[in-house]
Design a protein around this ligand. Structure first.
Ligand code: DGL
Length: 255
């Protein structure tokens, strides 16, 4: 039996899920959040599906052993690879995932061209390919696997010359040619300034953080598990033994 005062567990392969956490905190300021970044094992997106599943299950088990009333998988890669397994393993628990925001982008630009930046793992999984089949019919969708960005964000270099240099060969050829660009990895919104510099001013950027926070809020309200009052709280934990990552986590939440 869960209690209103329990924590909302949030996790990602690293600090990327904080781009979702900031929407969760903005929409539910009275809630208590326990954020776990698995930076010791990041990136997830270059690993085989089975490995991602095992890593996500380990983190979920850890969080759910500690008075967590809902679990937010704030990682597109872990959601694509592992969410159905997590739901089967913990049938009584509210488990919310995130997927690339292709649906709002495609609905906004019927007949247009939309890019989807994500990890290799997200783009190859069946979950994303079902989304593509549903929303890639009337909109031209360009898949942009984007390795390397996660590592720079984890190193505190989200807005840096290194990020611009990494993005130029990937996005430069699409400058001025995309109506929309989906940031389909939770690390990527932190690189939005660099992405904007390279893709140009006219492309609309989409990310799934706000919608995921809305889903979480709605589910908790339906179950009567929202805290109505009290002081909100955010606790950061990280699997990497590096205090820099906890400092970076706090900075990114304020960003
Ligand atoms: N932040 C993650 C995502 O949303 C994955 C990054 C990674 O570890 O590759 O996909």
């Amino acid at each position: 039996m869960y209690h209103k005062d329990d924590y909302i567990g949030v996790f990602d392969s690293g600090v990327g899920g904080i781009s979702v956490l900031r929407h969760l905190v903005a929409q539910m300021p009275q809630e208590r959040f326990l954020y776990f970044g698995d930076s010791a094992n990041a990136p997830y997106g270059t690993r085989p599906t089975e490995e991602i599943r095992v890593l996500a299950e380990n983190v979920a088990r850890n969080l759910l052993s500690r008075n967590v009333k809902a679990l937010v998988v704030a990682c597109n890669t872990a959601t694509a690879a592992a969410i159905s397994h997590l739901r089967a393993a913990y049938p009584g628990t509210i488990i919310i995932g995130i997927e690339p925001a292709l649906k709002p982008a495609a609905l906004r630009f019927p007949g247009g061209t939309v890019g989807v930046m994500a990890t290799n793992a997200t783009l190859r999984e069946e979950k994303f390919n079902r989304l593509l089949a549903d929303y890639g019919k009337d909109t031209r969708v360009v898949l942009l696997p984007a390795p390397g960005i996660v590592e720079l964000v984890e190193a505190g270099k989200a807005d840096s010359p290194e990020m611009d240099a990494l993005l130029e060969p990937l996005l430069g050829p699409w400058r001025g040619k995309l109506d929309g660009l989906v940031l389909g990895c939770t690390h990527f919104p932190f690189a939005a300034a660099a992405i904007r510099r390279v893709i140009g001013p006219d492309t609309v950027l989409f990310d799934g953080g706000e919608g995921t926070a809305r889903n979480t809020c709605r589910r908790l309200a339906l179950e009567g598990l929202l805290r109505e009052s009290g002081q909100g709280e955010v606790i950061f934990e990280n699997s990497a033994d590096d205090p820099m990552l906890l400092d970076l986590s706090r900075q990114l939440l304020e960003a």
